[in-house]
Design a protein around this ligand. Structure first.
Ligand code: S5P
Length: 264
C-alpha cells in the first residue's frame, strides 16, 4: 500500500520531510507504534530493541535515565536501532530559550547527531523550535519537533487556552512535526485534532490495552480509540516493555494501531 493512499490528507498536507519519512516507515512496518524504551541499562535497551524492533515505527528514548550510559555504547545502540528501519525520538522535553536549547542538543549526549525527533514545551516561546532546528543543521542533519500540546498525567497544567496557543503557533511553524496529545482521553484528542487540522501529526502517550490508571498519576486509554480520534502514532511504554513477552505485545499494539488507521 502506498503511504499517500493510507494517510490521505495527512500525507498531502505535511511539509516536513520527517513527517513523510515517519508515514512511509509506518506503512512499511504496518505499525503506528512508538516504543517508549524506558529501561535504565544499556543491556536492557539492547534486549528490548531486539525483541520489538520489527514491530515498531519509532523508538523513544530518555537518554539521561540510563545508569551505565557511555557515548560508545550509545552509538552502537543507535546503529542497531537504525537497522530496524525506525525513527529515533529523544523525549528530552526541551523548554529553555532558543539558543540554550540549541546548545543542549550538543553537550555530552549530542542529541542532534542521532535523534530524528525531539519533544519541546513551548513555554519559552516559538524560538525554541528554531533553536532545535539550528542544532540539527549544525551537524548537517534534519529532524522534527513535537510540541507538548496536552499531557497524559493527571493534574497537569496544560490548560485548554495554553494548548490552543501551542497549536496556533505550532501549525504555522515549518520545523514542527506535530504535537503530543493525550492518548488517554479520546474526546479531548478528537478536539485537539479538529484544532490542528490535517497538516501536522499528533503522537499520543497514555495508551495501553489495559485502560485505566497507571503509576504515579499516569492514565491510559485504548490504542485503537486514540488512532480513531486522530492520533498518528501511539507511544507505548510499560504496556510493551513490562510484558512477559514484549515481542508478542508489540505485535498486538502494531496490529491494533494499523487496523484503526485503515478504518480511519
Ligand atoms: O504527556 C505525556 C508525554 C509523554 S512524552 N505523558 C507521557 O507519559 N509521556 C511519555 O510517554 C513518558 O515520558 C513515558 O516515556 C511514556 C509513557 O510510558 P508508559 O509506560 O506510561 O506507557
Amino acid at each position: 500500500m502506498q503511504p499517500e493512499d493510507v494517510w490521505g490528507n495527512r500525507w498531502h498536507e505535511s511539509t516536513l520531510a520527517m513527517a513523510k519519512r515517519y508515514m512511509t516507515v509506518a506503512c512499511e512496518k504496518q505499525s503506528l507504534v512508538c516504543l517508549a524504551a524506558d529501561r535504565n541499562t544499556m543491556s536492557g535497551l539492547f534486549e528490548l530493541l531486539e525483541q520489538v524492533g520489527p514491530h515498531i515505527a519509532a523508538l523513544k528514548t530518555h537518554v539521561d535515565l540510563i545508569d551505565d550510559w557511555s557515548a560508545e555504547k550509545w552509538s552502537e545502540f543507535c546503529v542497531a536501532a537504525k537497522q530496524y528501519n525506525l525513527l529515533i525520538f529523544e523525549d528530552r522535553k526541551f523548554a529553555d530559550i532558543g539558543k540554550i536549547s540549541r546548545s543542549q542538543m550538543a553537550g555530552i549526549y549530542d542529541i542532534r547527531s542521532w535523534s530524528n525527533i525531539v519533544t519541546a514545551h513551548l513555554i519559552s516561546g516559538p524560538d525554541i523550535v528554531d533553536g532545535l532546528q539550528s542544532a540539527w543543521q549544525d551537524v548537517g542533519r534534519e529532524g522534527g519537533v513535537l510540541l507538548l500540546a496536552q499531557m497524559s498525567s493527571r493534574g497537569n497544567l496544560l490548560s485548554v487556552d495554553y494548548c490552543d496557543s501551542v497549536v496556533a503557533k505550532g501549525v504555522v511553524s515549518a520545523g514542527v512535526l506535530g504535537f503530543i496529545g493525550n492518548g488517554s482521553r479520546p474526546e479531548e484528542l478528537a478536539e485537539l485534532r479538529s484544532k490542528v487540522g490535517d497538516s501536522k501529526m499528533i503522537w499520543t502517550p497514555g495508551v495501553n490495552l489495559a485502560t485505566g490508571d497507571g503509576e504515579m498519576g499516569q492514565r491510559y486509554g485504548d490504542p485503537g480509540d486514540a488512532v480513531l480520534a486522530g492520533s498518528d502514532c501511539i507511544i507505548v511504554g510499560s504496556g510493551i516493555h513490562r510484558a512477559d513477552n514484549p515481542a508478542a505485545m508489540a505485535k498486538q499494539y502494531a496490529e491494533a494501531s494499523w487496523k484503526a488507521l485503515l478504518e480511519r
